[in-house]
Design a protein around this ligand. Structure first.
Ligand code: SF4
Length: 74
């Protein structure tokens, strides 16, 4: 499963990194959400592969994102 954040449309609400703090975090510079480094895909801060035990919380964060900018690819 792959997770993609359309970071340019993030409103820094905090929902994703509060819902799934072991996978998402807030970027300290632009304040937008990003993938935690060890789960990033090709080093891209906006794309990541969650381990199986984090898939559900990543999906929940995607469902709760008020801007609907967290996309899941199975
Ligand atoms: S839930 Fe969506 S809008 Fe809120 S911080 Fe996360 S990616 Fe940004």
């Amino acid at each position: 499963m792959k997770v993609i954040i359309d970071r340019s449309d993030c409103v820094s609400c905090g929902t994703c990194y509060e819902t799934c703090p072991t996978f998402f975090e807030q970027n300290p510079d632009d304040t937008f959400s990003q993938i935690i480094e060890k789960f990033r895909f090709n080093g891209n801060i906006g794309e990541g592969i969650p381990p199986q035990d984090l898939e559900n919380c990543a999906k929940e964060a995607a469902n709760l994102c008020p801007s609907s900018i967290i996309h899941i690819e199975e």
